[in-house]
Design a protein. Structure first.
Length: 162
């Protein structure tokens, strides 16, 4: 649940994210809307109820890249996650790639992360993207055969001609 609008607002985050932990000790849910506006004035807003999981960085990489829930890095990880969820929902690999390659480093730069943190955490989300791709998150669902037969019955032009 994210909205993406060109607002022309100044670059930055809205306050700190207000979240609640889920039962799995990995995911959190936004309890208030939270947004980030890019240098070019595009605002990404995560809506109340959005579930985020720490920028898709696999947990075993936390020791290398750092936890996305600690310190100033939590704000970029929330926005990254809601944008990626929109990409998954729409099967939009380009949006996901832009979130990793462009939006994520810009947010880290904005919070004044050092060059090592920017490079290492960007590598972490790239690895997370690869895991998501390998897991099949970007595969379009197969058409429901029951739904397909209903469409065929309603549309005589789609039935085979003898």
């Amino acid at each position: 649940m994210v909205t993406i609008k060109h607002t022309g607002a100044d670059q930055g985050f809205s306050e700190n994210p207000v979240v609640g932990w889920c039962d799995n000790d990995r995911d959190v849910i936004l309890k208030e809307d939270f947004s980030y506006t890019t240098k070019s004035g595009i605002t990404y807003t995560g809506k109340i109820g959005s579930k985020v999981n720490g920028a898709n960085i696999p947990r075993f990489f936390y020791r290398i890249f750092g936890s996305p829930y600690i310190g100033k890095h939590k704000r970029p990880s929330v926005i990254h996650d809601v944008v990626c969820q929109k990409a998954f929902k729409e099967y939009n690999y380009e949006l996901r790639r832009n979130a990793d390659e462009w939006l994520w480093p810009e947010m880290l730069e904005f919070i004044k992360a050092n060059k090592f943190q920017i490079k290492s955490k960007t590598l972490g989300v790239r690895i997370g993207r690869w895991f998501a791709w390998a897991k099949g998150d970007f595969k379009k669902p197969q058409k429901d055969p029951a739904n397909q037969s209903k469409q065929t019955q309603q549309d005589p032009s789609s039935s085979p001609k003898s």
